[in-house]
Design a protein around this ligand. Structure first.
Ligand SMILES: Cc1ncc(COP(=O)(O)O)c(C=O)c1O
Length: 381
C-alpha cells in the first residue's frame, strides 16, 4: 500500500510543459529558471573548495562560513540579529527547507495555504497528517485580507505558508496586508513559514518586507531562502531557514533525517556570494524589471491582458481577449502551433479555477524574450 498523498500526484505542469517545449522546439517561457549562469567568482569559489576540500560531511546545520554570511545578509538587508549557531539551518534548496519546516510545524491539525500556492506545500503537509485550509486570492488585485485569513484560521491551525514575492502572480504583500496577517497570527497558536525565495527580485523601488520584521512576528516566523534565485544558480539547490532558536531546534531535527547536509563546496561558494556578490543580485533585479516591461508591453499589444507584477520571475496575463479555451488547452495549443511554452495558472489552485490566466517567465535573456514575442506576433497576426 503506497502513501495516497504521493500516489495521487501526477506529473507537474512544469515537467509537462517543458517536455512539450522540447518536443515542439518551442521557446520556453514556462519553467522558471534563468538561462544565464550566475557570477563566475562564486562558481570559482565553489570549484576551489571542490578541489582543495573540505569534501566530507559538513555540520548538520551547515558550514559556519555560510551561516555567518546568512546572518550578515539578514542584518544588512533587514536589520535582523541572528545567532548563526542557533537561528540558521542550511538546506538542499528551498524545497528541502520548506519540507523540513512543514514537517517540524505541522502534525495533526490544519495548515493555511494562500492560493495560488507553490506546488510542494500541500503534499508535504498532507503527508504529515495535516489538513490544508485555503485563503484564495482573487484577480486582478490578489489582495490578502484580514477577513479571509480569519475565516481560514481555527483553533487547530498550526501554520500558514506565506510566499512573498508570490510565484506565480508576482504579488509582494505590503505592510497593510502583513499587519493584518500579524494580527491574526497573534490571536492564534500558529507559526508562519515564509517562503521568501524571491526576496531581492522586487520591482519599482518597492520594499520586500519580511513578516518577521513586524512587531512580535520574529518569534513565530520561519524564513526560507534560496541561493538559486539570488545568484541564478538554481541547479545548486542551496537554501536555508532562519528563525528563533526554539523553532529552529525542531526544524534542524527534521532536516537531519531528510538530507542531513549539503555539498560543502557549494555552501562555501554561496558564502562567498553573500559576502562579495550581492551586486549581481541587485543588477539582476534591474534586468528582470526591464524584461518584465518589454514582455508586458509586447503581449498587451497582442490581446493578452497582463496583470500587475511586483516581483519574482513571473508575469501573468488574462487570455479571455484571445480565446474561450481553458488556460491549459490554450497553453498546449500555443506550444504546438506558435512554438512558445507558457504555464497555465489553474494547477496552482486546488479547485482548478480560475482557468483564464497564464504565466510567462521573464528570467530569460532578452534575445529569448524577443524571439518568443516574434513567434507570438506571427501567430496572432
Ligand atoms: C515559491 C518557490 N518556493 C520554493 C522554490 C524552490 O526553490 P529551490 O530551487 O531552492 O528548491 C521555488 C522554485 O521555483 C519557488 O518558486
Amino acid at each position: 500500500m503506497t502513501n495516497p498523498v504521493f500516489s495521487a500526484l501526477g506529473t507537474t505542469i512544469f515537467t509537462h510543459m517543458s517536455a512539450l517545449a522540447v518536443q515542439h522546439g518551442a521557446v520556453n517561457l514556462g519553467q522558471g529558471f534563468p538561462d544565464e549562469d550566475g557570477p563566475l567568482a562564486i562558481r570559482e569559489a565553489a570549484s576551489r573548495a571542490l578541489i582543495e576540500g573540505p569534501n566530507q560531511y559538513p555540520p548538520m546545520r551547515g558550514r559556519a562560513e555560510l551561516r555567518q554570511a546568512l546572518a550578515g545578509h539578514a542584518k544588512r538587508f533587514y536589520g535582523f540579529d541572528l545567532n548563526p549557531e542557533t537561528d540558521v539551518v542550511v538546506t538542499s534548496g528551498a524545497t528541502e527547507a520548506l519540507t523540513a519546516s512543514i514537517m517540524a510545524m505541522a502534525s495533526e491539525g490544519e495548515v493555511v495555504l494562500i492560493e495560488p500556492a507553490y506546488d510542494s506545500y500541500r503534499p508535504i503537509l498532507e503527508a504529515m497528517g495535516a489538513k490544508a485550509r485555503v485563503v484564495k486570492l482573487a484577480a486582478p488585485d490578489w489582495r490578502l485580507t484580514e477577513a479571509a485569513l480569519r475565516a481560514a484560521f481555527t483553533p487547530q491551525t498550526r501554520a500558514i505558508l506565506v510566499n512573498s514575492p508570490l510565484n506565480p502572480i508576482g504579488r509582494v504583500f505590503d505592510r497593510q496586508e502583513l499587519e493584518a496577517l500579524a494580527r491574526v497570527l497573534a490571536d492564534s497558536n500558529a507559526v508562519a513559514i515564509c517562503d521568501e525565495v524571491y526576496e531581492h527580485l522586487v520591482f519599482d523601488g518597492r520594499p520586500h518586507l519580511p513578516l518577521a520584521s513586524l512587531p512580535g512576528m520574529a518569534e513565530r516566523s520561519l524564513r526560507v531562502g534560496s541561493a538559486g534565485k539570488m545568484f541564478s544558480l538554481t541547479g545548486w539547490k542551496v537554501g536555508w531557514i532562519t528563525g528563533p532558536a526554539a523553532l529552529m531546534r525542531v526544524v534542524a531535527n527534521a532536516h537531519q533525517f531528510i538530507t542531513f547536509t549539503t555539498s560543502p563546496a557549494l555552501q562555501l561558494g554561496i558564502a562567498y556570494g553573500l559576502e562579495h556578490g550581492m551586486e549581481f543580485t541587485l543588477n539582476l533585479t534591474r534586468t528582470l524589471q526591464a524584461n518584465r516591461d518589454v514582455l508586458r508591453d509586447a503581449i498587451a499589444g497582442l490581446g493578452f491582458k497582463p496583470l500587475a507584477c511586483e516581483g519574482s520571475y513571473f508575469l501573468t496575463a488574462d487570455i479571455r481577449g484571445l480565446t474561450n479555451e481553458s488556460d491549459r488547452d490554450f497553453c498546449e495549443r500555443l506550444v504546438r502551433e506558435a512554438g512558445v511554452a507558457l504555464i497555465p495558472l489553474s494547477p496552482f489552485f486546488a479547485d482548478g479555477k480560475p482557468d483564464n490566466l497564464v504565466r510567462f517567465a521573464f528570467c530569460k535573456k532578452r534575445a529569448v524574450i524577443d524571439e518568443a514575442v516574434a513567434r507570438l506576433r506571427a501567430f496572432f497576426k
